[in-house]
Design a protein around this ligand. Structure first.
Ligand code: HEM
Length: 223
């Protein structure tokens, strides 16, 4: 699972070699996190099963949020600031992306149990967009392996950028909806995401991420 030469291509003359992180450390950490979260959910589920499942979905979603944004921002950030930290991120974005897919699988299981117990656990947008996003996450994870990347050929880039923006749109929806509509109104409409002050911070982070991508794009266009 080594990154291809294309992905590691430098942007400026100031080329720096990057360090590949052992991917198994991150995969093992993600799996350990999911085990601990599941153990905690099972212990607390006896008293309040819905709350326990919501807790699980919330934290798998939050871990996925971070693990999605890091590889999503890696290339534009390295284009703007070519330092070892941004090169490290760029070199290891495949590992981060696959760890994101592991956490998304961790989000899938409790959400399905929740839906089985409580039909109104989710809103209509998530119910429509969610399965499409999961389909893309699975395809993106599969085609991040060199063998399947070659098979995807020229469609690889289209697949990954479409998938990335679909994931981003469900993240923005999950956080912005509560922010703009308000938790009470959301509940009236059978909304899923419980309001939290952290959502404003997550929205702010998404905004910064988009600004960085635009800045990197402008730099490329003007070059
Ligand atoms: C059919 C598929 C899905 C269902 C049924 C579903 C359902 C849920 C539920 C029930 C919650 C917890 C709500 C609460 O805290 O009250 C949640 C939270 C969330 N989900 Fe999903 N989800 C799905 C797919 C996805 C996907 C594909 C993503 C994005 C990659 C995503 C991102 C989020 C986010 C960002 C949160 C909020 C976490 C937080 O509070 O910080 N979900 N989802």
């Amino acid at each position: 699972m080594k990154d291809t030469e294309q992905e590691n291509k430098p942007f400026t003359k100031k080329t720096r070699t990057c360090r590949q992180f052992n991917p198994w450390i991150l995969y093992a950490a993600a799996i350990a996190f999911l085990f601990l979260l599941t153990a905690y959910t099972l212990i607390t589920a006896w008293e309040k099963p819905i709350d326990a499942l919501l807790f699980h979905t919330r934290y798998t979603a939050r871990a996925s949020f971070i693990l999605f944004l890091l590889p999503f921002i890696a290339r534009p950030l390295a284009q703007l600031v070519n330092i070892p930290a941004t090169q490290w991120l760029l070199c290891n974005r495949r590992t981060l992306g696959l760890t994101f897919a592991i956490c998304m699988a961790g989000h899938f299981v409790p959400t399905m149990i929740l839906l089985a117990i409580e039909e109104e656990a989710s809103d209509i947008v998530t119910l429509i967009l969610g399965p499409i996003v999961y389909f893309f996450v699975a395809l993106m994870a599969l085609t991040s392996f060199d063998k399947y990347k070659r098979k995807a050929g020229r469609h690889w880039r289209t697949l990954h950028s479409t998938g990335n923006y679909l994931i981003l749109s469900i993240l923005i929806f999950s956080y912005a909806y509560v922010f703009f509509v308000g938790a009470e109104t959301l509940e009236e409409f059978g909304g899923s995401v419980t309001s939290s002050p952290l959502h404003n911070i997550f929205l702010f982070i998404i905004g910064i991420t988009l600004l960085i991508r635009v800045a990197a794009w402008l730099k490329t266009v003007r070059a």
